[in-house]
Design a protein around this ligand. Structure first.
Ligand code: NDP
Length: 502
C-alpha cells in the first residue's frame, strides 16, 4: 500500500500536491488529540467560541482568493465558482457561530400540572468529537456545512477530505490552527476510503458523511460496529417543474445553471425537468439556446471545468447512450459532447422514464426535459425516484403548494439552489439522499445531545415516587388524571374532515 497520496489537477493531470497518508493508528491519534481539545472547547461560553470562529472567518475572508486557487487546481472549476462556494461557506460559519446560543442554550420549559413543583429546563450539549467525511465537488462549502456547525455547537472535528481535494482540506485545518495554535479543534486526516473507514471506527461521537449513497451505506455499516451515530448527506436526482403560468425565460435560465454549472457535479443540481405542455416548446427553445452558449474548458472564458472524477465520464456517456437508444432526442450535445476530461452541455428531450438518465444520479452536465399534461403528472414523475434531496418549482400561482407536494428535503421556488445559501434553512434529504440535517437550527442540534433537567423546587402535594405512597394518594392521583383527561373527548364527536389533506 502506498503511503503517499498525489493530488492531481483534473484539467491537466499535473500533480498539485503530495501528502502522507494517515493509517488507522494516525487517525486514532488525531481523534485522541481532538478529544483533549473538545473538553476544553466545550467548557467555553458560546460568546468565546463565536469569538474564535469570527477570527477564523476573518482569515477565510481575507484569503478567499488563495483558497479559491487551491479549489480551482484540485477540482478544475472556474476561480469565480470557487469564490462563490467559499463566500457561502463563510456566511454559514458566521450564522452558526452567532446563533448557537439561541438555538442550543439552556431554556426553561413548562413542567406541567402534575409536576408543577419542579423547574424544567433543556439545553443542547456538544457530543465531543465529530468525524467528518466529505466529497470533492464543493470541497469548501459541503464539508463546512458539518464542520462550522459542529464547531459552533462546541465540538472538535477530525476531517477526512476526498482524496481528490486533500489540499483544500489541509488548507482549511491549517487556517484554523493559525487562529488557535496548539489546539486540535479541526484536523485533517489524509487518505483514500481506508482512512475514511478508520475514522468511522475511531473513537468519534458522531460521523457526518457527505458523498454517494453507496459509500454512505458502507459508512453506516462501519459506524454500527460501535453504535456511532451518523449523518448521511448523499446523492440526488433533483427535478425542476415548470408550470403553465411560469416565467419561462427565468425557468430556462435556472435550469441551465442548475444542470451545467460545476459540470453538473452538484448533489442538488437539476437533472430532470418536467414542463407543462403549454409552455414546453418555448422552454426547450430557451434552454437549448443557453446550453449552446456555455462550454466546458480550462480557458478563461469557460463556464465550467472538467469532470473532477475521471470515472464519472463513463457514467455520463452511458446515461446519454441509454436515453438515445430508448427513443430520447439530444436537442443539444449527445455522445459527441463527451470528451476525455471535459463534457459539453447536453439537453435530452422525450426521455423514457425508465432510462438510466432519469433513474440514476448522472452527476454530469446533462439534463432531461420531458413534457407533462399538468402539474399533477409533474409531481408524480418528480417523486418517482428513490432519492429526495432538493427540487425546484417555477410557478406564479402554485409555487408553495407544489413545493409541499414534492418529496424532497428542500425546494427552491422561482429560483434555483437558493435554499443552500440561506443559513437558517436546514439542508438534507430523504430516502436514498440520506437523513439528518446540516445548516440552520437543525444543523446545530445535529451535533449535540439534548440534556433535560427537572429540579424539584418544593415538596410535591402528592408524593408519587415513594414506597410511602398510600391508597389515599392513589385515589387522589386517579381523580386528578380523570379530571384532566377523562372527559368525553370533545373532538371525537366531530366527524373527521380530511378532505383537504393530500
Ligand atoms: P464518495 O461516496 O465516493 O466519497 C465520499 C467520501 O467518502 C470520500 O472522502 C471518500 O474517500 C470516502 N470514502 C470512500 N470509501 C469509504 C469507506 N469505505 N468508508 C469511509 N469513507 C469512505 O462520493 P464522492 O466524493 O464521489 O462525491 C460525490 C457524491 O456526493 C455524489 O453522489 C453527490 O450527490 C454526493 N454529494 C451529496 C451532497 C449532499 O449534501 N447531500 C453534497 C455534495 C455531494 P475517497 O474520495 O478518498 O475515496
Amino acid at each position: 500500500m502506498t503511503d503517499k497520496l498525489e493530488s492531481l489537477n483534473p484539467a491537466t493531470g499535473d500533480v498539485v500536491g503530495v501528502y502522507a497518508i494517515d493509517d488507522a493508528a494516525s487517525v486514532d491519534a488525531a481523534v485522541a488529540r481532538a478529544r483533549h481539545t473538545a473538553s476544553w472547547w466545550a467548557r467555553g461560553t458560546f460568546a468565546e467560541r463565536a469569538h474564535v470562529l469570527d477570527q477564523w472567518k476573518g482569515v477565510l475572508t481575507r484569503r478567499m482568493a488563495q483558497l479559491a486557487d487551491v479549489v480551482h487546481q484540485e477540482t478544475g472549476k472556474p476561480h469565480g465558482d470557487a469564490m462563490l462556494e467559499i463566500g457561502l461557506a463563510i456566511e454559514h460559519l458566521s450564522w452558526a457561530a452567532h446563533h448557537a446560543e439561541k438555538v442550543l442554550g439552556r431554556r426553561r420549559v413548562s413542567s406541567g400540572l402534575l409536576l408543577a413543583n419542579n423547574a424544567a429546563s433543556v439545553e443542547y450539549l456538544p457530543l465531543g468529537v465529530i468525524g467528518v467525511i466529505g466529497p470533492w465537488n464543493y470541497p469548501v462549502f459541503t464539508p463546512m456545512g458539518s464542520i462550522a456547525y459542529a464547531l459552533a455547537a462546541g465540538n472538535a472535528v477530525v476531517y477526512k477530505p476526498s482524496e481528490l481535494t486533500t489540499g483544500v482540506g489541509v488548507w482549511l485545518a491549517d487556517s484554523l490552527s493559525e487562529v488557535l495554535p496548539g489546539q486540535a479543534l479541526l484536523q485533517t486526516v489524509v487518505g483514500y476510503g481506508e482512512t475514511g473507514a478508520a475514522l468511522c471506527r475511531a473513537d468519534v461521537d458522531k460521523l457526518a458523511f457527505t458523498g454517494s449513497t453507496a459509500t454512505g451505506k458502507k459508512v453506516m455499516a462501519t459506524c454500527a460496529e460501535n453504535l456511532t451515530p451518523v449523518l448521511i448527506e448523499a446523492g440526488g436526482k433533483d427535478a425542476l417543474l415548470v408550470d403553465e403560468d411560469a416565467d419561462v425565460v427565468a425557468a430556462a435560465d435556472a435550469a441551465a445553471w442548475g444542470a451545467f454549472s460545476n459540470a453538473g457535479q452538484t448533489c442538488i443540481g437539476v437533472e430532470r425537468v418536467y414542463v407543462h405542455d403549454r409552455v414546453h416548446d418555448r422552454f426547450v427553445a430557451e434552454l437549448t439556446r443557453r446550453a449552446r452558449e456555455v462550454h466546458a474548458g480550462d480557458d478563461l472564458q469557460a463556464h465550467f471545468g472538467p469532470m473532477t472524477l475521471p470515472s464519472q465520464v463513463d457514467v455520463v456517456r452511458r446515461h446519454i447512450d441509454d436515453a438515445l437508444t430508448r427513443g430520447g432526442t439530444a436537442a443539444v450535445g449527445g455522445p459527441d459532447a463527451v470528451g476525455d476530461r471535459f463534457i459539453q452541455p447536453t439537453v435530452l428531450t422525450d426521455v423514457p422514464e425508465d432510462s438510466s438518465a432519469i433513474t440514476e444520479e448522472t452527476f454530469g452536465p446533462t439534463v432531461t426535459v420531458n413534457r407533462v399534461r399538468d402539474m399533477d403528472e409533474a409531481v408524480e414523475l418528480a417523486n418517482a425516484t428513490s432519492y429526495g434531496l432538493g427540487s425546484t418549482v417555477f410557478s406564479k400561482k402554485h409555487g408553495a403548494e407544489l413545493a409541499r407536494r414534492l418529496r424532497s428535503g428542500m425546494t427552491a421556488v422561482n429560483a434555483v439552489i437558493s435554499f443552500a445559501g440561506i443559513p437558517s434553512l436546514p439542508f438534507g434529504g430523504v430516502g436514498d439522499s440520506g437523513f439528518g440535517r446540516i445548516h440552520g437550527p437543525d444543523g446545530l442540534k445535529e451535533f449535540t445531545y439534548a440534556k433535560a433537567v427537572a429540579r424539584q423546587r418544593m415538596k410535591p402535594l402528592l408524593a408519587l415516587t415513594t414506597f410511602e405512597r398510600d391508597t389515599k394518594t392513589d385515589a387522589s392521583f386517579a381523580a386528578i388524571i380523570t379530571a384532566l383527561h377523562g372527559r368525553a373527548n370533545q373532538f371525537s364527536k366531530r366527524p373527521l374532515n380530511l378532505r383537504g389533506a393530500r
